[in-house]
Design a protein around this ligand. Structure first.
Ligand SMILES: [Zn+2]
Length: 179
């Protein structure tokens, strides 16, 4: 369980240290793991990958994304080929889990005492289209024309999984501590 996950849960109103719960024992990492039970499978796998650095999930998440991209691109006469789709899936998962550190604020999310404009306060910036095109081994115009929007949509969906997962764990933990 990563410090980042615990910090995010705290931001969701979960008191990880246990203070303020009137004698409720400290919430442990295994409590958090238990609270993840019953989460939608694709959300569960993504949360483990993103916040718990569970490398076993990398392959599964990439595979799910790959299948979705196939469903969206093998339509009509356009056939990009499996190798390109696999590289696109890797780019999507990379962007959704890591994202390079924002150079404006050095990853702090704050610049000149304000929320950083470069990354909207997240501390991370998405890879440039040039970098994505390079990773996909296609030209920048081709990336822009066929892939940029699809990649953004998928990254947004995975961001949604992260929020859904954090919300789920937070609710479970709050319910437990109220009993
Ligand atoms: Zn920034």
């Amino acid at each position: 369980m990563s410090a980042e996950l615990l910090a995010k849960l705290t931001a969701h109103g979960v008191n990880i240290t246990g203070e303020g719960f009137g004698g409720t024992p400290e919430i442990t990492q295994s409590d958090v793991a238990g609270a993840m039970a019953g989460m939608r499978k694709e959300v569960y796998e993504f949360v483990l990958l993103k916040y718990c650095a569970d490398a076993r999930m990398m392959e599964r998440v990439i595979e799910r994304v790959t299948w979705r991209v196939i469903g969206e691109t093998f339509t009509g006469s356009y056939d990009p080929g499996m190798r390109l789709i696999s590289r696109i899936a890797v780019i999507i998962v990379h962007m959704a889990t890591e994202g390079p550190i924002c150079e404006t604020c050095n990853g702090t999310g704050t610049y000149a005492s304000k929320s950083c404009h470069g990354c909207r306060g997240t501390g991370k910036t998405h890879m440039t289209q040039g970098k994505c095109a390079g990773m996909a081994r296609i030209s920048v115009p081709t990336y822009k024309k066929y892939w940029a929007r699809l990649v953004d949509d998928h990254v947004l969906r995975l961001d949604g999984y992260a929020s859904e997962g954090l919300g789920y764990v937070s609710r479970q933990l709050r319910e437990e501590t109220l009993q």
